[in-house]
Design a protein around this ligand. Structure first.
Ligand code: SF4
Ligand code: SF4
Length: 205
């Protein structure tokens, strides 16, 4: 998700962009724009997302998960800045994560049909908390850039989200990333230990 946006989070205290101090109006217009194209960044999936989606799609076996992964997921690069308690400096860790595999000329998510998300109730957390991703809400530039493309942010008639609500979404997203980082660290940053159903050949795609 770091792709495309120039923000590195250095602490769990999310600094909300001043332009969002008074909250914002947002109501998704279901245009599907954010479910297409890689330019805005990847949609990461976390272990809870995989559990929810596989249950919804009635996938229980390892071979079922393997097929699901090959069709819908891709292995992507991820980074996370972390500073140990007591350490003077932190560092940026680089590791692998999984994201939705977009296809077609318009690079659409395969769960997008007729501009509707067919897994809506069980969509990944990053889709649920969009557009209040921490990398968007902490940067005025990023948020304004994205707002130009999202009709849900361009209407003044949308639902009002207060500063606290926006921070809450962004913090939840950050905590999810942090939890995944810890899980990867416990597993020697080996994504195949965290997700045994992934195939090695997905690394090159
Ligand atoms: S781009 Fe904005 S309005 Fe369109 S589907 Fe995404 S969040 Fe909704
Ligand atoms: S899972 Fe649904 S909301 Fe998320 S990118 Fe795909 S179609 Fe869009």
């Amino acid at each position: 998700m770091e792709n495309g946006f120039n923000v590195t989070l250095t602490s769990s205290d999310i600094k909300l962009s001043k332009s969002l101090e008074n909250g914002i109006e947002f109501s998704c217009q279901m245009c599907g724009s954010c479910c297409r194209g890689f330019h805005e960044g990847e949609v990461y999936l976390y272990p809870d997302d995989i559990d929810r989606l596989s249950e919804f799609l009635h996938i229980s076996s390892n071979s079922g998960l393997k097929k699901f992964a090959k069709k819908y997921l891709r292995i992507i690069n991820d980074t996370f800045f972390w500073k140990e308690l007591g350490e003077e400096r932190g560092k940026t860790y680089k590791f692998k994560n999984i994201g939705l595999k977009f296809t077609g000329d318009d690079e659409h998510c395969q769960f997008l049909k007729d501009n509707k998300c067919i897994v809506h109730e069980n969509r990944p957390f990053q889709c649920i908390c969009f557009p209040f991703w921490h990398m968007l809400v902490s940067s005025r530039k990023n948020f304004i850039e994205y707002a130009k493309k999202c009709p849900g942010l361009n209407t003044l008639k949308g639902k009002h989200y207060s500063k606290e609500e926006i921070l809450d979404w962004a913090t939840k997203e950050y905590e999810m990333e942090k939890e995944y980082f810890f899980k990867m660290r416990q597993n020697d940053f080996n994504i195949f230990k965290v997700y045994p159903f992934l195939s090695k050949d997905m690394l090159n795609k």
